[in-house]
Design a protein around this ligand. Sequence first.
Ligand SMILES: [Fe+2]
Length: 298
Amino acid sequence: MAAPRPARPRLRRLFDPVSGWFRRSERGVNQWLSRSVYPRLPILARVYGAILHRRLTVSEADIAVRDLPEAFDGLTVLLVTDIHLGPFLAPLDLERTFRRLRGLEPDLIVLGGDLTTSRVSEFSEAAELFGVLKAPLGVHAVMGNHDHYNDDPEGLRRAVASAGIEVLHNRHVVLRRDGESLVLAGIDDLNIGSPDLDAALEGAPDEAPVVLVSHNPDVFFEAADRGVALVLAGHTHGGQVRIPGLPVLTRMSRYRLDEGRYAARGADLVVSRGVGVVGLPLRLACPPEAVLVRLRCG
Ligand SMILES: [Fe+2]
């Protein structure tokens, strides 16, 4: 993964994801297609799934974390985000990808949201498969916007927890190694969920550095101001369909935090292109990606 670029808090006001007409219409069309049209075309689920395990890239990044206790120096965190089980990805096709990722032997696995596309059953039918992902410090997840595009987001969280995955829903866990601590916090989706950074960080030990998992990278500046050392995010798909040499066409971050590493206000951000697809069962000039982050004493 390339060196971090400076992130600037210049907001794109025209593309407000909550109240803006463009993003609201885009969301409506996408939900209708994903729920009512694509599931009637089961062949679509095999097109992308058949090539995923061959196309998946694993990017690596060494990130210096300030105040990281020595016990955590070299800790590997595997960020797997935007899997998007559903009309374009069947559980059957995910197994090979999960086995390859498990072979990386990370210390900790983080699922960055958008496990599903628009139904709780998309996860339930694949829940057993998530047992393939194992790490000594556990598998943790946050919810993405698509994980709210169903009738029962709470039910989805329960199903994810039942699969042995720790859901960081506006809360944190304290990871311990040799008597030292590292905080892993997570928040709900910024656009559709009920994100609460205060609740996520409340009661965290003062001396321990914080790694925050947020589906949407746009929390970065606020998190940096709150002393978070590292934010792990997805959501953008890196643009998903791109023209080589041109900037991202479909931009999901209001701060242009499209993919890769960023730095600002003493904090670091990693935005993964993610594993799956939405809208169309293809990626162009934008391969699927998992990211293996290695924490280093800052
Ligand atoms: Fe996504």
